[in-house]
Design a binder for this molecule. Structure first.
Ligand SMILES: *Cc1c(COP(=O)(O)O)cnc(C)c1O
Length: 465
């Protein structure tokens, strides 16, 4: 058959819809998706004919291809992942998992109506800020507080609210980029403030700030180095000194704390980060932080500080554009409530629980997990436990190597690249690390149930390999 004849044998969509197997697909899938899949499968076959790769048209093959395309289109794009990387606040994997009580609160307010902006006592309109303001004040010692969509929005609102049309002074050592596309210099431009850079990458002194102050100065900004460190010959000005300088000249001071540490982590062998509390205590006018880093809550931006300053930000037009939705507020309120009881906090907020698991517990978890993994993988794989490091990740505790014990898997005959791929593409999606040719599974970011799921997935992957 020549190409023209072959093209004439391509099935029509209507003809395919009459088939019994396609009728079954129509029952299981929305019609627009089914039609797209059939058209795409026919189109692919047409291309194949034109390129000489198809020399006979089989209707069954077209339907088979449409079935594959349909399965792909029907699969939810945003779905659960099992995180075996040991990176606790993994930005690409959604940062902090929520506590069970926070999840319950989200479900409750999502399902029905809620007190989002309703004051039960007066029966009148309320403010959505009330749900977290008292808690944030109590936990940070600040006079007032609000929460917005994320910390990038908090920084944008803070700078726009205090320094639009004015100058904002920031040290060159703090002109950072945090993840994807958050650059202080870009945010500054969008907020309408004129950025005045001072000092050098490694050193900025108080007199650098002093000599940059002009009648146009609207803000002194300090950005915490949450995802990098300048090490060696360095100097930055302590927040308390900036506050003192700001007070002398009537200029507010804004600290972007970032990671959102609300408790002393040094007790757990983690690096002692400056906390939101210490920034408030030092006298900053506003302090901002992420809700989903070390606070362990939902994506949100926390703004705490002086009463007048926060009132100004609440009334700013941008505040409406970056406001939180009810589901996030529910999760944030419940997460913050857990901070009132530290025992519950460390047991129930996954991010804090995972960061503070004792090393001995991780080691015994890894031993049991390794036995299950070895049984699943069989003789073709070498499985043992090994000391390694977990990370806080996601712009939090940048330099911290947190000791852990991983389950380490190597193929005796080939590589583990295919194994890693099968885990990633399987159901559920499992994300693991490969290091020096070995597949590493860190129990720190896994539940016991997830460890069992990984063992099952490995058994399947090895069988199908
Ligand atoms: C993470 C971080 C941000 C960005 O916060 P998002 O919640 O991701 O918007 C800004 N500043 C600092 C210092 C950070 O650590």
């Amino acid at each position: 058959m020549d190409t023209q004849e072959l093209l004439r044998t391509l099935p029509k969509v209507n003809r395919l819809l009459e088939r019994e197997d396609v009728a079954a697909l129509a029952l299981a899938h929305p019609r627009p998706l089914l039609l797209d899949a059939l058209r795409d499968a026919i189109e692919e076959t047409r291309d194949g004919i034109r390129h000489g790769q198809v020399d006979s048209v089989s209707e069954d093959d077209v339907v088979l291809r449409a079935t594959v395309l349909l399965a792909r289109a029907a699969h939810r794009s945003l779905h659960r992942v099992i995180n075996a990387t040991g990176i606790v606040v993994h930005t690409n994997l959604g940062r902090s998992p929520l506590s069970e009580v926070a999840v319950d609160a989200v479900v409750e307010v999502a399902r029905g109506y809620s007190t989002l902006e309703y004051d039960v006592e007066s029966g009148e309109r309320g403010s959505r800020h009330t749900h977290v303001e008292e808690l944030l004040k109590r936990l940070t010692g600040a006079e007032a507080a609000m929460a917005v969509n994320n910390n990038a929005a908090a920084v944008l609102l803070g700078i726009a609210g205090l320094a639009r049309g004015k100058e904002a002074i920031v040290s060159r050592g703090q002109l950072v980029e945090i993840g994807g596309s958050f650059r202080i210099s870009d945010i500054m431009r969008e907020s309408g403030a004129k950025m005045v850079e001072i000092g050098t990458t490694n050193k900025t002194h108080l007199h650098d700030y002093e000599s940059a102050l002009t009648p146009q100065t609207g803000l002194l900004l300090k950005v915490h180095s949450s995802n990098y460190r300048v090490v060696g010959f360095t100097e930055e000005v302590p927040l308390a000194d900036l506050v003192h300088l700001g007070a002398q000249h009537g200029v507010p001071v804004f600290e972007d704390q970032g990671s959102g540490v609300l408790i002393d982590l040094a007790r757990f062998g983690l690096p002692g980060e400056p906390t939101v509390l210490s920034a408030v205590a030092a006298g900053a006018d506003i302090v901002s932080a992420s809700g989903d880093k070390l606070i362990g809550g939902p994506q949100a931006g926390i703004l705490v500080g002086k009463w007048h300053t926060i009132q100004k930000l609440k009334k700013h037009p941008l505040a409406r554009a970056v406001r939180l939705d009810k589901m996030t507020l529910a999760a944030l309120e419940v997460t913050l409530r857990l901070y009132l009881d530290e025992k519950r906090l460390l047991a129930e907020v996954p991010t804090l629980r995972m960061l503070t698991i004792p090393a001995a517990e991780l080691e015994s978890r890894a031993n049991a997990f390794a036995a299950a993994v070895a049984a699943a993988c069989g003789d073709a794989y070498d499985v043992h436990t090994a000391p390694d490091v977990s990370r806080a990740g996601g712009g939090a505790l940048p330099m911290a190597d947190i000791p852990t014990t991983v389950v380490s898997v190597a193929s005796r005959t080939g590589s583990v690249v295919e194994l890693e791929q099968r885990l990633r593409l399987g159901e559920p999606t499992i994300v693991a690390r490969i290091k020096d040719g070995r597949l590493l599974l860190d129990p720190r970011t896994l539940t016991l149930a997830e460890e069992a799921e990984i063992a099952d997935a490995l058994a399947r992957a090895v069988r199908e390999a």
